[in-house]
Design a protein around this ligand. Structure first.
Ligand code: NAI
Length: 248
């Protein structure tokens, strides 16, 4: 376990799945963790316990990433509680799958608001804090379908393609302030989000994975940890596929 860096990482959607794995990995690298999630605070408190057991400070914040004003308040609170923010991981995300012909306006808006606007909201409120310090790392979780598209996921793939656009534009805007912006494009990862797929769907996906195993949350967390590390200080505006070779 690394020494405590005294620096803080915000991880959104950190109470379970990929977000929790990212929070734990960054904790092992010595970062204090702000666990942000829209779920019951009780669930996030369990995540905080797991993170704290790794020897860093951590605190849970209930916040809907899609709510601009709530994000502003949460970021302010985190900055006060921890005395700074060095890393932001935009991980919170949802799906509302369906063919376009059947997709409701509500389901389109819901996914865009959480996945895309939520990413904007956090960057908008965290970036002034990073700018003052002239350092920062932002990693956003996109998806293979943001690159390739996917039938039945017009809303989700648009939101994840949007995350790539935000990442590249911000990488250019903030490079002179020593803040890097990168995104990760996972393939299929075994989490509660993908547990709803049928066995038939899972088997079809498996066939498309050259490395012949499903992704685990830790596979994504390892890549996030690298992009936040000193070793990645010359990398910005990149989209790293972590998908067992699905997208080449
Ligand atoms: P998950 O559903 O297991 O966890 C998502 C977390 O985000 C939950 O804790 C949930 O409460 C939180 N969340 C949802 N809406 C929120 C909101 N409005 N505000 C704050 N928190 C909210 O999902 P999983 O699989 O861990 O996914 C994490 C990220 O990775 C998502 O952005 C997802 O789109 C992306 N991803 C996942 C893949 C997979 O195969 N599981 C593949 C590609 C990308």
């Amino acid at each position: 376990m690394a020494e405590n860096t005294g620096k803080t990482a915000i991880v959104t959607g950190a109470s379970r799945g990929i977000g929790l794995a990212i929070a734990k990995k960054l904790a092992k690298s010595g970062y204090n963790i702000a666990v942000v999630d829209a779920c019951d605070l009780e669930k996030s408190e369990d995540a905080v316990k797991e993170v704290k057991a790794l020897g860093v400070d951590a605190k849970a914040y209930q916040c809907n990433v899609a709510d601009f004003a709530a994000v502003e308040q949460t970021v302010k609170q985190i900055n006060e509680d921890f005395g700074g923010i060095y890393i932001l991981v935009n991980n919170a995300g949802i799906t509302r799958d369906g063919l376009l012909i059947k997709m409701t306006e509500e389901n389109f808006d819901a996914v865009i608001n959480v996945n895309l606007k939520g990413t904007f909201n956090f960057i908008k409120h965290v970036s002034p804090i990073m700018m003052k310090k002239r350092e920062g790392r932002v990693v956003s979780i996109s998806s293979i379908v943001g690159i390739e598209g996917q039938a039945g996921q017009v809303n989700y793939s648009a939101s994840k393609a949007g995350v790539i656009g935000i990442t590249k534009s911000c990488a250019r805007e903030f490079a002179s302030r020593n803040i890097t912006f990168n995104a990760i494009a996972p393939g299929y990862v075994e989490t509660p989000m993908t547990a709803v797929l049928t066995d038939k769907q899972k088997e079809a996906i498996f066939e498309m994975i050259p490395l012949k195993r499903y992704g685990q949350p830790e596979d994504i967390a390892n890549a996030v940890n690298f992009l936040c590390s000193e070793d990645a200080s010359y990398i910005t505006g990149q989209i790293l596929s972590v998908d067992g070779g699905m997208h080449m």
